[in-house]
Design a protein around this ligand. Structure first.
Ligand code: CA
Length: 228
């Protein structure tokens, strides 16, 4: 578990870092918002613990910038600004939790753990291979900037392929899994369904050539594993 911790008061930072280390978290600590922001864009963290009053870029602006860029990492605001209005501004900017100073480090660790487990639960609904992301609850698929809800059959087919990237599935296997057809009806429904998914996601995209469903001549289909 990797935490990004942005806090300019070194005394507070010291005992928080100690608490995080005891909890088994790996932590990157920065005292300035601008440097923390670079780190947030440079790598994936499991949780961000954010002070609000920081030199340079303040916490709320930091939060607005990462959310504006589509970064959904859970954020806990840790601040002396504990009024209701401050909290509301924080949640409005995209915070997931809020803890006012003074605080107990045990409570901070417990809240971070809670955010981490909630995030994990949400992630398990998402299946991704490279830039192709499938939400297994809503049946929504995302390919670069394109996003759409699939029909039950389209979803079932894509889910089947994406669960074992790189594996070649025969048309027969796909027919059995998606249409529950056990014999070879001499039909091209599999090909038609795959073409439909591809067409819907690449119609106006320049990424068409890289779309990761690959046809294996005379055999079937697979999801390409090479990340682009
Ligand atoms: Ca501060």
């Amino acid at each position: 578990m990797k935490i990004l911790f942005i806090e300019d008061e070194l005394k507070i930072a010291d005992f928080v870092l100690q608490g995080f280390s005891q909890a088994g978290f790996e932590t990157d600590h920065f005292t300035q918002g601008t440097i923390g922001l670079k780190a947030a864009f440079a790598q994936q963290y499991d949780c961000i613990v954010l002070d609000l009053m920081l030199p340079g870029l303040d916490g709320i602006d930091f939060l607005k910038q990462i959310r504006g860029a589509g970064n959904l990492t859970p954020v806990l605001i840790l601040t002396a600004k504990g009024d209701l209005n401050d909290r509301l501004i924080g949640f409005d900017a995209g915070a997931d939790d809020y803890l006012s100073k003074p605080f107990y480090v045990e409570e901070l660790v417990a809240r971070v753990k809670s955010l981490l487990s909630r995030n994990k639960l949400q992630e398990s609904n998402l299946l991704s291979v490279g830039h192709l992301v499938l939400d297994r609850i809503s049946r929504r698929v995302q390919w670069f900037e394109h996003s759409m809800v699939l029909s039950q059959r389209e979803f079932s087919l894509l889910d089947y392929l994406m669960r074992t990237p790189g594996h070649i599935f025969t048309r027969k296997q796909i027919l059995k899994h998606v249409w529950n057809i056990d014999f070879d009806p001499q039909t091209n429904v599999v090909d038609v369904c795959i073409q439909r998914i591809k067409k819907k996601l690449t119609s106006t995209s320049s990424q068409q050539a890289e779309f990761p469903i690959e046809a294996i001549r005379g055999v079937g289909y697979k999801i390409k594993t090479t990340d682009v």
